[in-house]
Design a protein around this ligand. Structure first.
Ligand code: ADP
Ligand code: ADP
Length: 243
């Protein structure tokens, strides 16, 4: 059965100028993603990758200005009728820019915050911080100030924070795009390890990525977007040039 489905999903951003027209984000997106799949989303800048990530994470339509058509179902829930808070127990979301998603004074607070919001007991939160920092290889950085870390380290903290509430789904919007080569490698290595450690645990990952060179290592299936439409999908090997 499918963990995520979209049915003729469309999204238009609200016009930027008063007399402007709505801007096409997505149209006619029909998707079915099974639990445990690792999905890569590729396509040129402006293709709709971020918009699709936001739609799957429930940012669209709940926190964004624009017009949605069709529907997104996550674990059977229609995202347009469920709160972002409720969705966040199912979906962890990591953005491209590491700094814009880290708010707290310490790495441990960054991970504790979403758990405190859900009323989790402090001793459970403490164990969970240990566990997710171990998962992303950042155990030694628990007391550090997030913004003092390297880009790759910040992104691993963002990943740890997204994993804290034990989501079934991770949505990663070009998590390495803003990183230097070392940072990119760190994040990809972390994702590979994460995938391995979750084998059998059915963590479903949806990841937008412009650099296709890593895709065969981690993706089961690639979705190709262009001009807001899903123009192709299939095995990762098909989309990676031989070198
Ligand atoms: P990608 O992630 O593949 O680069 P996006 O989803 O960011 O593509 O963008 C899809 C289209 O939506 C582009 O034409 C982009 O300019 C437009 N767009 C994205 N965000 C906004 C926004 N906040 N307001 C208006 N248009 C937007
Ligand atoms: P991405 O490729 O991940 O979408 P962009 O550089 O295209 O990154 O966009 C960065 C930010 O600008 C995003 O928050 C996006 O929503 C917003 N954005 C993108 N295109 C437009 C646009 N045409 N008008 C307004 N905001 C936009």
């Amino acid at each position: 059965s499918n963990l995520i489905e979209t049915h003729d999903l469309g999204w238009r951003y609200a016009p930027i100028a008063d007399n402007g027209r709505p801007i096409l984000g997505l149209e006619h997106i029909n998707l079915a993603i099974r639990a445990g799949e690792f999905i890569g989303i590729v396509g040129p800048t402006g293709a709709g990758k971020s918009t699709l990530c936001m739609a799957l994470a429930g940012i669209i339509p709940n926190l964004a200005d624009g017009e949605m058509t069709g529907s997104v179902l996550v674990a059977g829930m229609d995202t347009s009728t469920v709160s972002v808070a409720d969705l966040s127990t199912h979906i962890g979301y990591v953005q491209q820019d590491p700094e814009s998603q880290l708010f707290c004074a310490s790495v441990e607070d960054e991970i504790a915050f979403p758990l405190e919001n859900r009323g989790i007991a402090p001793h459970c939160i403490d164990d969970r911080i240990d566990e997710v920092l171990r998962l992303v290889g950042m155990s030694d950085y628990r007391k550090r100030v997030p913004t003092s870390l390297s880009g790759g380290q910040m992104q691993r903290v963002a990943l740890a924070s997204a994993l804290a509430a034990e989501p079934d789904i991770l949505v990663l919007d070009e998590p390495t795009a803003a990183l230097d080569p070392d940072g990119k490698r760190e994040v990809f290595d972390t994702l590979t390890a994460l995938r391995r450690s979750h084998a059998g645990h059915n963590l479903t990952v949806v990841m937008a990525e412009q650099d296709t060179s890593h895709l065969p290592q981690w993706a089961d299936r690639i979705l190709v977007l262009d001009h807001g439409q899903l123009v192709a999908q299939g095995d990762p090997d098909i989309f990676v040039r031989q070198s």
